[in-house]
Write a protein that binds this ligand. Structure first.
Ligand code: M6R
Length: 610
């Protein structure tokens, strides 16, 4: 999604803006731009389609705007193709703005403004806001912004510069995230705190419809009635190094390597006397015993983490779990009400559909537990209870360490629920909890041992146009994530199928152009999955088998073309280690195909609009 930055201080503003924008590249974008107040207090704007490097080149070639106050933007096109003209910042005679979000009634506002004699350069909804601010401008930025907020509907975070006020920037948000940073004699705005970590860890979270006024030495806030408000200063607990590559070629592989630590940090503090303890988030054994139903709602990878959770919870706690895609849940009049638990899983905590699902569940009286990575995000703040995945900032668009910590939390929750429901003994729960605590070591071992094989297998997939992932039970839930990982970073079409479903249609696609990745980590289902492997292989498919060493020892040579083996651990926990080769395979396939795994085309890290 679009990224917003703004700076006021003593430094060269163009430099700071481009620097901070580069920290937001992970959000996904197709053009970038900056606007800076120059020495004459006029606003100089430079924009370029494509990567930030294009903007840097333009600034180098044509000269950078010199000044100390300005706003910047990376654009992920929604209204109007990626182009220099459609890039932000957008201006009207007295106003220049950057925008993240979607103005839903922009067409109607645009027609009104055209009727009033306004002309437009771009096809964007953002320019409509710039023109509207200019149209209603009454000499007072706050009342003008307030007036415009009353007219626009949709989601937005805006950074605004008024020509008449060259010493300040205004910021406002509705739905889309925005933070305000502060250092000594410098202030910032940004879509998220990782953008400014190299300058400061101190920031304020802007809430819906609040307006911030920033000068280099001061920050003030008003609420939607324009009443001044005090806000709590927050301190980010992420280091700037956490948001940098630290010697790795890509964030994706860095974050894969951070997984052992991420699991440890997420799991260990939630264990007391050898048993899971989630009281910190308000979940007591008594409470979880009483829930009538459990529904997990999320998008993409986070939804896949929910699927693993379903298998685990149903397997050991014997409580039925529904897993729903947030964009479906919110529009299908779900059967949810008092006494039900809805679990929202989200790395960013800002995904528009997941947030809408949360609000719907709350409206209907359900209790909402959020499993979230980004502290203070909208989902974390609006949920009744939160368990943070302590994975640190996830920068690569492809989620890896967030997924592994999300499933780790699902295990903790499942174990606690099983205890509450008396479906496992304390001794068995302690055994499982201990096995979960040993996962960081097991994951580290897998990272260290599968790398070469995954690199090689990845090189064999470069010409594939389509492939299938198959598995049964937990392996099926896991293969859905493997398939998403591969398609999003390598652009090879792939689908995941329950292995037993193949014969009901999909096997007709199998031939020697359709590689199959089979996952077999569950001993009770292994023979069945291997039969499916034999079936696809005899129809020409090249098979990559991801299985445990125990499984590998039992099967005949030649059943698969390539084998990626991982150590056998507790079978319930196998998705934690088995996801690693799937992630690494996706990473190398992407690189072998010349793609950039950190910034897959068309994708955004945080999907803050529908
Ligand atoms: O921030 P969220 O976890 O709510 O994001 C949900 C999905 O957009 C996300 O998991 C997406 O599928 C991943 N980037 C895929 O790797």
């Amino acid at each position: 999604m679009c990224g917003i930055v703004g700076y006021l201080g003593h430094r060269d503003c163009s430099d700071v803006l481009v620097d901070t924008l580069s920290n937001l590249e992970y959000r996904g974008y197709d053009s970038a731009g900056i606007a800076v107040f120059d020495a004459q207090n006029t606003i100089q704007t430079v924009k370029a389609q494509g990567k930030l490097q294009n903007l840097r080149n333009k600034l180098e070639k044509n000269g950078r705007p010199e000044g100390h106050i300005g706003i910047g933007h990376t654009r992920w096109a929604t209204h109007g193709e990626p182009s220099d003209i459609n890039s932000h910042p957008h201006s009207a005679p007295r106003v220049t703005i950057v925008h993240n979000g979607i103005i839903e009634n922009y067409q109607e506002l645009k027609e009104f403004l055209i009727g009033e004699g306004r002309t437009f350069l771009s096809e964007t909804d953002t320019e409509v806001v710039a023109q509207l601010l200019d149209y209603y401008y009454d000499g007072n930025p706050l009342t003008t912004i307030d007036r415009v907020m009353g007219e626009v509907s949709g989601s937005f975070a805006l950074g605004i510069m008024f020509m008449d006020f060259p010493d300040r920037i205004y910021a406002v948000r509705r739905e889309s995230p925005l933070i305000v940073g502060v250092a000594d004699g410098e202030t910032f705005i940004a879509s998220d705190v990782t953008a400014i970590l190299q300058y400061t860890k101190n920031y304020y979270l802007l809430e819906h419809d609040e307006i911030a006024t920033l000068t280099k030495d001061s920050i003030s806030f008003v609420d939607k009635r324009l009443v001044p408000i005090e806000k709590e200063l927050k301190v980010a607990d992420w280091d700037k190094e956490a948001a940098q590559k630290g010697g790795y070629a890509h964030f994706m592989i860095k974050e894969i390597n951070e997984q052992p630590n991420a699991i440890m940090t997420t799991v260990n503090p939630r264990i007391k006397d050898g048993l899971p303890n989630l009281e910190e988030c308000g979940l007591t054994l008594e409470m979880i015993r009483e829930f009538k139903s459990i529904t997990v709602v999320a998008c993409g990878t986070a939804m896949h983490a929910g699927l693993v959770g379903k298998y685990v919870i149903e397997g050991i706690a014997r409580v039925p779990v529904t897993v729903d895609i947030a964009s479906e849940f919110r529009y299908r009049n779900p059967i949810i009400g008092e006494g039900d638990l809805v679990i929202i899983i989200s790395q960013s905590g800002e995904t528009a559909d997941s947030l809408a699902a949360l609000r719907l569940a709350k409206q209907r009286g359900a209790k909402v537990l959020a499993i979230v990575n980004a502290k203070g995000s909208s989902i974390a703040r609006e949920a009744d209870m939160v368990i943070y995945t302590l994975a640190g900032p996830e920068i690569a668009v492809a989620s890896t360490k967030a997924y592994i910590t999300q499933i780790s939390v699902m295990y903790l929750f499942a174990f606690e629920l099983a205890l509450a429901k008396d479906t496992v003994s304390v001794a068995e729960c302690k055994r499982l909890t201990k096995a979960l605590q040993q996962m960081p070591e097991a994951v580290q071992y897998v990272i260290d041992t599968v790398d070469e094989t995954c690199k090689f297998v990845g090189s064999q997939l470069i010409t594939a146009e389509s492939l299938l992932y198959i598995g049964r039970g937990l392996d099926y839930a896991l293969s859905m994530e493997g398939s998403l990982k591969l398609k999003e970073v390598s652009y090879i079409h792939s689908e995941s199928y329950a292995a037993g479903e193949l014969k009901h249609g999909t096997i007709s696609l199998i031939d020697d152009d359709m590689p199959v990745i089979a996952v077999a980590t569950q001993s009770d289902l292994m023979e069945k999955t291997i039969s499916n492997v034999v079936e696809v292989k005899s129809r020409g498919a090249k098979v990559i088998l991801v299985c445990t060493d125990a499984c590998a020892a039992k099967i005949k040579d030649g059943i698969a073309d390539y084998m990626i083996t991982i150590p056998h651990t507790d079978e319930l926990l196998m998705p934690i280690t088995a996801v690693v080769p799937l992630q690494i395979l996706a990473y190398y396939t992407s690189i072998n195909r010349g793609a950039n795994p950190d910034q897959p085309k068309n994708l955004a890290k945080s999907v803050t609009v529908e």
